[in-house]
Each structure stands twice: as structure tokens, then as C-alpha cells.
Design a protein around this ligand. Structure first.
Ligand SMILES: Nc1ncnc2c1ncn2[C@@H]1O[C@H](COP(=O)(O)OP(=O)(O)OP(=O)(O)O)[C@@H](O)[C@H]1O
Length: 235
């Protein structure tokens, strides 16, 4: 599904990612880990075209996303929930969802269907359609940001630390949605800092260290490799 090879990218003169490789398969949850500043968010932004690749390929199926202008990336099948959620906080839940739908299928019937699907997935949002996004709890905002990204019916869903700072019941709700998306055949790529949160959850873990690949773990390697994983993360 997603295959990144030889990716070098950064900000102006500052090269952050060097020769990075990463694979995220359909129907799997791939977790990107690494210490603060390792380049996880930069990698997400590179996939979205928000940070320009200096070299390398970012292939989603047959399409090299690195060759597309940033505004074409979501339409190619990539949903992105950035760190900090980036909602329109003055607009209501319903209006934020409308904006997500605006980028998706155009005919009214399929828009309605997608909207209903989102509200089924996130019943808490259905109860709060007229509430301003900025007044939602952190967990509800995360749900709205995720719903908005899913309105596009992406093949690949990118989530940058979606459960950071949330209470356990909200973390569980977000996890359940990620598992459902995986089971529907999406490739889910998740940035997560906490090892406990990935041990029983991730299908693959890929560790970045100072902008380079450090080590990859398959499902079977994660639990036995826990000590090495902790060493990489310094925890
Ligand atoms: N807009 C920017 N301009 C210049 N440097 C940046 C910019 N954004 C990030 N960086 C630098 O790039 C490096 C990687 O940052 P990035 O946010 O990708 O790391 P991260 O692994 O996501 O970290 P964290 O876990 O703290 O979120 C850091 O050294 C950071 O200071």
C-alpha cells in the first residue's frame, strides 16, 4: 500500500529525514516511534507533501505522492489527522464534518451516507452536532478530526499521536476506531510514544532515530523485542 524509499527531507537548509524507508500495508496498523525530535511528524508531513521530499519515493500503490502538489494528496487516498487536531474551532461539529465532506464525493446521496457512517462510528459527535468544535473535550476533538479525515474515504489513514493527553475511556474509543479501520482494510499509520500502547495493538513498529531508520519490528517481533524498543526510546 504505502512504500517509502530513500526519503530525504527537511526544512530549508536543515535536513531532518535521511534515506528513510517505511512500509504500511493495507489491513495493518503500523506504528512509527522514536524519541522527541526524531522526525516522526516530519515524515507524516512529507507523506502529505507539506514538507517537500528532496529525494526518494513515497508510493501509494502506483502513485508517487512525492511528485504531487500537496493539495492533490488527500484526493489520492490519504487521510491525515495532525498533532493538535487543527479543527475549525469557531465552527460547529456539523460544519467541520461538512468541510471534510466537501473534499469527498460530490453527489448528495453519498455525502449523506458518509456523514451517517461517521456519526455511527462516533456517536458522541452525533449528540453534539451544533456545538462549536473549540468547546469539545480533547477526546471529542480527536474524534471530530478523525471523522473529518475519514470523510474522504482514504486508503491510508495517518494519525499523529491521537491519544496524547486523553483520558483512558477516550483512548479506548479512539483505539477501537483504529482497529475498525484496519479491519476494513485501510492502512493505518500511527505516531505513538508509549510502548504500552502498542504492545498488544501494532502489526508493525518502525523506529526512527535522529531522522534515520533505527529498527523495524513485525508483529511477532514486538513483544520479544520490547527491551530493544525501550532502549531505542530511552524509556
Ligand atoms: N518548521 C520547522 N523548521 C525547522 N525545523 C523544524 C521544523 N519543524 C520541525 N523541525 C525540526 O525537525 C526535527 C524533527 O521534528 P519532528 O517534529 O518531526 O519530530 P518528532 O519525532 O515528531 O518529535 P515529537 O515526538 O517531539 O513530536 C526537530 O529537530 C525539529 O526541531
Amino acid at each position: 500500500m504505502l512504500k517509502i524509499e530513500g526519503l530525504t527531507a527537511g526544512y530549508g537548509q536543515a535536513v531532518i529525514l535521511r534515506d528513510v524507508a517505511l512500509t504500511a500495508e493495507a489491513g495493518e496498523i503500523t506504528v512509527l516511534m522514536g524519541r522527541n525530535g526524531a522526525g516522526k511528524t516530519t515524515l507524516m508531513k512529507s507523506i502529505m507533501g507539506l514538507v517537500k521530499a528532496q529525494s526518494g519515493r513515497i508510493c501509494l500503490g502506483e502513485t508517487d505522492l512525492a511528485q504531487l502538489p500537496p493539495h492533490k494528496v488527500p484526493g489520492s487516498g490519504v487521510g491525515y489527522v495532525p498533532q493538535g487536531r487543527r479543527l475549525f474551532s469557531e465552527l460547529t461539529v456539523a460544519q467541520n464534518i461538512e468541510i471534510g465532506l466537501g473534499a469527498g464525493p460530490k453527489d448528495p446521496a453519498s455525502r449523506r451516507e458518509t456523514r451517517d457512517e461517521m456519526l455511527e462510528l462516533f456517536p458522541r459527535l452525533a449528540e453534539r452536532m451544533n456545538q462549536r468544535a473549540g468547546t469539545l473535550s480533547g477526546g471529542e476533538q480527536q474524534m471530530l478530526a478523525t471523522a473529518r479525515a475519514l470523510c474522504l474515504k482514504p486508503q491510508l489513514l495517518l494519525l499523529d499521536e491521537p491519544t496524547e493527553g486523553l483520558q483512558p475511556s477516550m483512548i479506548e474509543a479512539i483505539r477501537q476506531v483504529m482497529l475498525q479501520m484496519r479491519d476494513r482494510g485501510l492502512a493505518v499509520l500511527l505516531v505513538e510514544q508509549r510502548i504500552d500502547a502498542v504492545l498488544d495493538f501494532a502489526d508493525r513498529v518502525s523506529v526512527l532515530e535522529m531522522g534515520r531508520n533505527a529498527e523495524d519490528f513485525t508483529r511477532a517481533e514486538i513483544a520479544p523485542g520490547e527491551a530493544r524498543l525501550r532502549a531505542h526510546l530511552g524509556v
